[in-house]
Design a binder for this molecule. Structure first.
Ligand SMILES: [Zn+2]
Length: 212
């Protein structure tokens, strides 16, 4: 992972966005997103157009409360977090590791299921952008060293033109009541719905550290 060098990296990025005709508002959001992600990964750049497109389809205003699902843990979660404030921490973001470059977004709802918009990478449309096409396919033909600039230019000139959308129905996530339970193994507390039998996850299947 590389840390973004503001002057150099964002300078190139801005030039590429200008060439592609990206609107100034989205340019600013993309710069914020690249900084948050620590570098302008192609996936987050495309993610910015996905979130922007989905918000337009929903008629959502900036700052409006929205929920989202992201079908890959790579790059896309950051686009939802920075552009739509759908975050892991506010519990409005769900990441499903399906491995597709797609997102679903919806406004809050009081009923058990609600209409959402799903935006996905459209492989047919991608054929018009050969560099994005080989990058997306993880093809050996894509040479990161020599083709990165061309990839950025294609991403910014394509914008939404490589995306498609569909209306879908999703379950509405509800907050449930919970009680605090003390784990007899470690003595720390967890919400009752996360207890595994009689112990906490860290003393069970979610154990990830050894005390030293
Ligand atoms: Zn425990």
């Amino acid at each position: 992972m590389q840390i973004i060098q503001p002057e150099e990296a964002s300078g190139e990025l801005i030039k590429s966005m200008e060439r592609g005709g990206v609107n100034p508002r989205l340019q600013l959001e993309i710069l914020k997103l690249a900084e948050f992600h620590t570098y302008p990964a192609p996936g987050v750049l495309i993610g910015a157009f996905m979130v922007d497109y989905a918000m337009d389809l929903l008629g959502a205003k900036k700052g409006q409360k929205l929920y989202g699902v992201c079908e890959t843990p790579k790059c896309l979660p950051d686009a939802l977090q920075v552009l739509a404030h759908i975050t892991i921490g506010n519990n409005r973001l769900k990441v499903v590791p399906i491995g597709k470059f797609a997102i679903t977004m919806n406004p809050p709802s009081e009923v058990p299921t609600t209409e959402a918009v799903r935006v996905y990478m459209d492989l047919k449309k991608l054929k018009a952008y050969p560099t994005i096409d080989i990058w997306y396919a993880n093809s050996k033909e894509f040479d990161k060293k020599t083709m990165k600039g061309k990839l950025f230019d294609e991403i910014f000139s394509a914008g939404r033109n490589i995306l498609s959308s569909e209306k879908v129905r999703v379950p509405v996530r509800k907050k449930s009541k919970w009680e605090s339970v003390t784990c007899p193994c470690c003595g720390e507390t967890v919400p009752d719905y996360l207890i595994e039998g009689d112990h906490c996850g860290a003393c069970g299947s979610l154990k990830y550290y050894e005390r030293i």
